[in-house]
Design a protein around this ligand. Structure first.
Ligand code: HEM
Ligand code: HEM
Ligand SMILES: [Fe+2]
Length: 484
């Protein structure tokens, strides 16, 4: 083991070394997401800004795809981080993991360059294959789609084979089945049909079933490990909770898909199915909060990594509010008729993605930072603790500020555009020009600056945390990860 405080990957097992690579790219893409989000936010208020050079549509595409990819990289890193510990076996094909990492990273760079430099193409198949597929969140061109499927498939193979060679834990079983669903669903969003309703029907299989089923389950699995390692919760308790959460998530999330089928030309029964099942979706999220708070309470918050535990608890709360409460607000068709596609949706989208997924990945960043610096002390009285605390404060204040500004703008839109003026074309512009809307956009941007400051602090902290620390980590870990 290398000296305390020194950055040295010799401290890590094979899977963890690979995880650090994924985390590094993930953090860089998080930065890209913030940058393009800010540019898009400025364009809301000053449409001329970068007009013809880097249009809103391009910035938005980059903002969203950077998000999807940094979270995916973060999850893949998270799984590789826990894999050898859980399976009690080295990653079976580490070389493949490394190869895929480089191919995936280079493909992302190529796609970003094409988005930035080529931007658009003529309306023909060639553009779908090489420039932009035109499906929101999944704009990556077709060649990259195939690359993503191959990457995720070989990732699935590595994880499944490692557990098979070592031993399957409860967390391991849940992860393997989930990864199969994760890459399988991606295929649904890939085939081309000129009928927009049919296209959207399948596209939601990726978007909704990813974020409200497979991603939730994946995060449930890796966060369960997090609670064991930082708090020392017993495996039996963590895995029991995990099974309940997973059952509830699949139970409500699969048919909850219907809340995106209200207005796209699907049969009317989706109003009832979607309204009912999606209204149940917050239930597993409540279970996750109870789980995290219960575990933390039983262990009197005594833990080996303060920032990681803080982000874990923030994840449970953020998931509950962003996805559960903000999602529930507009999920009944009677309400969604007024709120559909307004800033209300963007308000929910921001808090949910940040709360449920960004927070989970950030807590893993801290776990990785701790161990790659020789497993240093990261509990109370840590040197330079102000930095993670302020980073977290700025990020959360910025995110809550954006969420609230967008919500107010969304209320104004549903009131004026939909309820008062009856959803006409003119009504849309009246609502967009209303002072409450414009003020909302201003506050979003101000909050965006706060968020950006938080990001800079976070990146600085992750690169330096533990550097001047001389104590070894608090001992909680060993007894916890032993099988029950
Ligand atoms: C972590 C989990 C979740 C994430 C990341 C998430 C994210 C999003 C995003 C980004 C959109 C906008 C999609 C678009 O571009 O049209 C959306 C839409 C929506 N979400 Fe979620 N969501 C989550 C969970 C939930 C839950 C649990 C509910 C319900 C209880 C919900 C209800 C909705 C509804 C009704 C819409 C459609 C809004 C509209 O009609 O414009 N979401 N979600
Ligand atoms: C500085 C911080 C940020 C700013 C200024 C910002 C700004 C924006 C803007 C202007 C849009 C386009 C909205 C539209 O098309 O009407 C957008 C969309 C979106 N952003 Fe951000 N964003 C920021 C951070 C984030 C973060 C951290 C996340 C999640 C981790 C996120 C997730 C999303 C999502 C899911 C959408 C699509 C929403 C929808 O389709 O309804 N953003 N953002
Ligand atoms: Fe959904």
């Amino acid at each position: 083991m290398a000296a305390l405080g020194m950055f040295d990957t010799a401290n890590l097992n094979g899977g963890q070394k690979l995880a650090v690579k994924y985390f590094t790219v993930s953090l860089a893409l998080f930065g890209a997401q913030v940058l393009f989000g800010m540019l898009a936010g400025i364009q809301y208020l000053h449409p001329d800004f970068l007009y013809g050079i880097l249009d809103f549509s391009v910035n938005r595409t980059l903002h969203l795809n950077a998000m999807v990819v940094w979270l995916l990289f973060g999850f893949m890193g998270g799984v590789y981080w826990i894999l050898e510990d859980e399976a009690k076996h080295p990653v079976v094909a580490l070389w493949l993991g490394n190869l895929i990492f480089w191919i995936f990273t280079l493909a992302v760079v190529a796609v970003v360059l094409v988005f930035l430099l080529v931007q658009v193409g003529p309306a023909e198949m060639k553009s779908i294959w090489f420039i932009n597929e035109g499906r929101e969140y999944l704009e990556a061109p077709r060649w990259a789609d195939i690359g993503i499927v191959v990457s995720v498939l070989s990732f699935f193979f590595n994880v499944a084979a490692t557990f098979a060679k070592g031993k399957y834990t409860g967390i391991g079983g849940v992860l393997v089945i989930d990864l199969l669903a994760l890459f399988g669903l991606y295929l649904a969003g890939m085939f081309y049909t000129p009928n927009v309703s049919i296209d959207q029907f399948w596209w939601w299989w990726v978007i909704h079933l990813w974020v409200e089923a497979t991603w939730e389950v994946l995060v449930g699995g890796i966060m369960a490990y997090m609670l064991m390692t930082t708090l020392g919760v017993s495996r039996k308790i963590v895995e029991t909770w995990l099974y309940i959460e997973v059952a509830l998530m699949f139970g409500s999330g699969i048919l909850g898909l219907g809340h995106h089928y209200f207005w796209i030309g699907t049969p009317q029964y989706w109003l009832t199915i979607g309204g009912f099942f999606s209204a149940l979706e917050p239930v597993p999220l409540v279970a996750m909060v109870v789980h995290a708070v219960y575990d933390s309470g039983v262990h009197k918050l005594k833990n080996s990594n303060h920032p990681a535990l803080a982000w874990t608890i923030a994840q449970a709360a953020g998931n509950f509010f962003g996805a559960g409460v903000w999602g529930f607000m507009h999920t009944l068709p009677q309400i969604n008729m007024y709120t559909h596609g307004t800033q209300w949706t963007a308000s929910h989208g921001h808090l949910a993605f940040f709360g449920a997924y960004a927070c989970a990945v950030i807590s893993f960043f801290y776990i990785a930072a701790q161990k790659s610096r020789g497993n240093v002390w990261m509990s109370s009285g840590m040197v330079g603790a102000w930095r993670w605390k302020w980073a977290m404060t700025f990020l959360w204040v910025g995110m809550v500020g954006m969420t609230m500004s967008l919500l107010i703008a969304g209320y104004e839109q549903s009131q004026i555009e939909r309820a008062v003026e009856g959803s006409t074309w003119m009504a849309y512009f009246t609502a967009q020009a209303h002072p409450w809307f414009v003020q909302g956009m201003n506050w979003r941007l101000i909050s965006g600056w706060v968020f950006s400051a938080g990001f800079v602090l976070l990146a600085w902290d992750l690169l330096t945390i533990g550097k001047r620390e001389t104590r070894p980590a608090a001992q909680i870990h060993e007894q916890a990860t032993a099988s029950a």
